[in-house]
Design a protein. Structure first.
Length: 474
């Protein structure tokens, strides 16, 4: 007969109690956390499966966020492209309206003013941002695709080298120049100092038509009478001579106000009644100098600026607005032809952006070039320029519609992918829950059973441990 000692009985009962208490503790923790797996030792294989499912769920959630972000970006882009099309339609209507000889210069100016406003609106549309990122700048999302460079006639801009100036190397006078071949100052390149006080300056092309205001010698100069602008190339041509009803008009900017002199067919100066005043004036080189190149203006030093001590109202003041592209760190135009991608599924990315590059007619012609050419043609009354600009606008609109079509197809793909992603998330989350989540009903039932067993173990141990040495001596 095998002898059982109290020590072995004590150890065995303690082991049973500890085991049952550990089971109760595990079930209690499952009830508190709602998880079957709270540590790797709870089930190494199940923990490994749960981690894989969690990783898959995280990827699906990240893809969902990426899809939502891409859809929001593309919806904003599509809205802005629709706005572009409406502005192009309006500009086209104005161009067709202005393509006639029946309009007066004042009426053309009114139409050109609306083209100018449409151009400014287009700048605002093209510079739209999403979450602080410029949506039409390609991958240069921190820089606007187009910027308005303003030259203003105030002292701060002059002192800060922000007021435009002119190429002083241009010749003074061309006796056979001008639109009528009756003599004019040759075209002068408009320059943008861009904050610099020393040449070389930037050639100021793509000037918005109708934005030019020039004061020379204290007098407002009038476009079409005193000067003519090539807005595309950024050149200005002074017009001291005009041909009105067979008479040449000599405009001398050296006087305040400027003086008009009538010249007959023989080149002699006459008065308004046709009486001879002086002979041979038309054959002479004008004694006045080009006000754009006059020595009364030195860029950055503000001589001749109105309001300066001792100033008599002279000097040159220029106000105009030109369009330019943003520059990179090296001073080069930013490239907007690169795509921005969003990952919509594991290993699958799609482009979400439309850039100014996608809307260009070619490398040199964009929507702003087209609008500027249209405004220039309207101001100059040039039918070929108007029709050419309308053709560019038509091509630009075609490119926008094509971009909208491509964008719409990608948006449809994102929407269907989002639906599939949401279904996958539900299924993966269900599988994860089956692996790691506790069933409360089952857990509570098991806890009650284990608690009963644990209490029975405690009671039986208590009875056993009540025996003393006297019980064994009996």
């Amino acid at each position: 007969m095998q002898r059982i000692t109290m020590l072995s009985v004590s150890r065995q009962t303690q082991n049973v109690i500890h085991t049952k208490f550990a089971e109760l503790s595990r079930l209690q923790q499952q009830q508190a956390t709602g998880k079957l797996l709270n540590r790797p030792s709870d089930g190494p294989a199940q923990v490994s499966n749960a981690l894989r499912l969690r990783t898959q769920l995280d990827k699906l959630e990240q893809s969902e966020a990426s899809i939502h972000d891409g859809l929001a970006w593309m919806e904003l882009t599509d809205t802005n492209m629709t706005s572009m099309i409406s502005r192009i339609h309006r500009a086209r209507e104005l161009g067709l309206q202005a393509d006639t000889d029946a309009l007066s210069p004042a009426q053309r100016a009114y139409i050109a003013d609306e083209i100018r406003e449409l151009t400014n609106q287009m700048v605002n549309i093209m510079n739209q941002r999403y979450k602080g990122n410029y949506i039409f700048s390609g991958t240069h999302t921190n820089l606007p695709p187009v910027i308005s460079v303003v030259s203003d006639r105030n002292e701060a801009n002059v002192r800060g080298n922000r007021m435009f100036t002119f190429d002083t190397s241009s010749p003074i006078w061309d006796p056979t120049g001008g639109p009528n071949g009756i003599g004019a100052f040759p075209p002068v390149q408009i320059l943008d100092p861009n904050g610099s006080s020393t040449p070389p300056f930037v050639a100021a092309g793509k000037i918005i038509p109708g934005s030019v205001e020039i004061v020379a010698g204290g007098q407002n100069m009038r476009e079409g009478i005193d000067f003519r602008i090539d807005y595309m190339n950024g050149t200005i041509e002074m017009l001291p001579l005009r041909n009105v009803n067979g008479l040449l008009i000599h405009r001398d900017m050296g006087f305040t106000p400027p003086v008009d002199t009538l010249i007959d067919a023989n080149g002699d100066e006459i008065d308004e009644d046709g009486n001879l005043v002086a002979t041979g004036l038309s054959g002479l080189t004008p004694s006045f100098s080009n006000p754009l190149l006059a020595g009364n203006f030195t860029h950055g030093n503000v001589p001749g600026y109105p309001g300066n001590p001792g100033d008599n109202g002279g000097g040159l003041q220029v106000r105009m607005t030109r369009l330019d592209e943003s520059k990179d760190f090296y001073g080069n135009n930013i490239s907007t032809d690169r795509k921005i991608f969003r990952q919509i599924e594991e290993g699958v990315t799609v482009p979400i952006n439309i850039s100014t590059h996608d809307l260009r007619v070619n490398n040199d012609i964009d929507i702003f070039t087209s609008l500027i050419r249209l405004g220039q043609g309207i101001i100059h009354g040039n039918s070929s320029e108007i029709n050419g600009a309308i053709a560019w606008l038509d091509q630009t609109m075609h490119n926008i519609l094509s971009a909208q079509s491509t964008s719409g197809a990608i948006m449809n793909r994102l929407s269907t992918t989002l639906e599939r992603n949401e279904i996958q998330q539900v299924e993966v989350d269900r599988l994860r829950s089956n692996v790691e989540d506790a069933d409360y009903a089952t857990t509570i039932m098991q806890f009650s059973v284990k608690q009963t067993v644990f209490n029975a173990a405690l009671q039986s141990t208590a009875r056993l441990m009540q025996m003393s040495l006297m019980d064994f001596l009996r």
